[in-house]
Design a protein. Structure first.
Ligand code: NAP
Length: 287
C-alpha cells in the first residue's frame, strides 16, 4: 500500500485525488490519497504529520512549490531549473523533490502531435506556471517565445531568465487587445496562462478578433480545465484551429508523479485515456 497526499491552500477543489486514484487503479497499485489543507508557513507541521502517518509521497500546489526547497535532501534537474517543486517522494528520512509540471505539459502537447522545435510560442500571463512553461519551451527548442502580461515587468523578468539560460529568442510586451493582434501572425502555439475565462472568474478576453490573425495550422492551448472549453477555446475551434484545454497538463503531470512514487514506467498514453475517461464519467466537467 502506497500512502500519498496533495497539499495546498486552497485545496478543496483540487482534482489531484481523482487523477491519481484513476491512474493508480489503472496500473493496479493499492494506495491511499488524501487532500490536506496546509496554509503558508505550516509546511513543517505537515512534514511531522507525514512522518507520523508514513506518507510515501505528496504533490504540492499553491503556496508551497518554492517554500518546500529548504526541506529537501535532493532536487532533480527540472525542479532545480525552475526553482519549484510539485512532487515530493519520501524515502526513509529524506525528501526528494521533483517538478513534473513542464514535462507534463509537454507530454500533453506531444500526445496531440505538437512539438516545440523551431516554433513561435506566444504565452499570455507571467505567473508561476508560465515561468516554468516558458523556460521549458525555450529549453525544448522553440525558436521564439513571446510573453504578453498585464504587468509587463513580470514578463520582462522571465524573458531575462530565458535570455541568460536558454538558447531561444524571447520578447515581451504588455497584454492588450492590440498587442494580442500584433503577435498572432507568426504564432504556432498560443498558450493562455492567465485565469481569463476560468469558472468563477468574472473577467474574460474583451474580444477574440486576434484569433483571425492566426495561421490555420496554429494551436490554442488554455491551461484552464474548468470550463472544459473556455470562450477562447470555443472561438478558436470555430475558427478551425486545433485546441487543447488544461486537463492534458493536469493528468500528465500527475502520471509522471505516479511514475516517481511507484518507480514504475507505464504507458502514458494508455493510462491517460483511462484517467480522462474516468474524470468525465465521474461528472467532472472537463471535456
Ligand atoms: P499566477 O501565478 O497567479 O499568475 C496569473 C497570471 O495571470 C499573472 O501573470 C497575472 O497577471 C495574470 N492575470 C490574472 N488576472 C488577470 C486579468 N484579469 N487580466 C489579465 N491578466 C491577468 O497563476 P499560475 O499559478 O501561474 O496559474 C495560471 C493559470 O494556469 C491559471 O488559470 C491556473 O488555473 C492554470 N493552471 C493550470 C494547471 C493545469 O494543470 N492545467 C496547473 C497550474 C495552473 P499580473 O502579473 O499582471 O498579475
Amino acid at each position: 500500500m502506497i500512502k500519498l497526499a496533495v497539499i495546498g491552500d486552497p485545496i478543496a477543489h483540487s482534482l489531484s485525488p481523482q487523477v491519481h486514484s484513476a491512474a493508480l487503479d489503472a496500473i493496479g497499485i493499492p494506495y491511499t490519497y488524501e487532500k490536506v489543507q496546509v496554509k503558508k508557513g505550516e509546511l513543517s507541521s505537515f512534514l511531522d504529520y507525514a512522518r507520523e502517518q508514513g506518507i510515501d509521497g505528496f504533490n504540492l500546489t499553491m503556496p508551497h512549490k518554492v517554500d518546500i526547497l529548504p526541506y529537501l535532501s535532493f532536487i532533480d534537474k527540472e525542479a532545480e531549473r525552475y526553482g519549484a517543486v510539485n512532487t515530493v517522494a519520501v524515502r526513509g528520512e529524506k525528501l526528494y523533490g521533483y517538478n513534473t509540471d513542464a514535462d507534463g505539459y509537454m507530454a500533453s502537447l506531444y500526445m496531440q502531435g505538437w512539438r516545440p522545435e523551431d516554433k513561435n510560442v506566444v504565452i499570455l500571463g507571467a505567473g508561476g506556471v508560465v515561468r516554468t512553461l516558458a523556460r521549458k519551451m525555450a529549453y525544448e527548442g522553440a525558436k521564439k517565445v513571446t510573453l504578453l502580461n498585464r504587468t509587463v515587468e513580470k514578463a520582462r523578468e522571465i524573458c531575462q531568465e530565458i535570455a541568460m539560460q536558454e538558447n531561444a529568442e524571447c520578447q515581451y510586451d504588455v497584454l492588450t487587445p492590440e498587442t494580442l493582434r500584433r503577435y498572432m501572425g507568426d504564432c504556432d502555439l498560443l498558450m493562455n496562462g492567465t485565469p481569463l475565462g476560468m469558472e468563477g472568474i468574472a473577467q474574460d478576453f474583451p474580444d477574440f478578433s486576434f484569433l483571425d490573425e492566426m495561421k490555420t495550422s496554429a494551436m490554442v492551448s488554455d491551461l484552464i480545465y474548468r470550463p472544459a472549453k473556455t470562450n477562447l477555446l470555443q472561438r478558436a475551434e470555430k475558427s478551425g484551429l486545433c485546441i487543447q484545454n488544461g486537463l492534458g497538463m493536469l493528468i500528465c503531470q500527475g502520471l509522471l508523479a505516479d511514475q516517481i512514487y511507484t518507480g514504475m514506467s507505464f504507458d502514458m498514453q494508455k493510462v491517460f485515456t483511462i484517467v480522462e475517461e474516468k474524470l468525465c464519467l465521474s461528472g467532472e466537467n472537463v471535456r
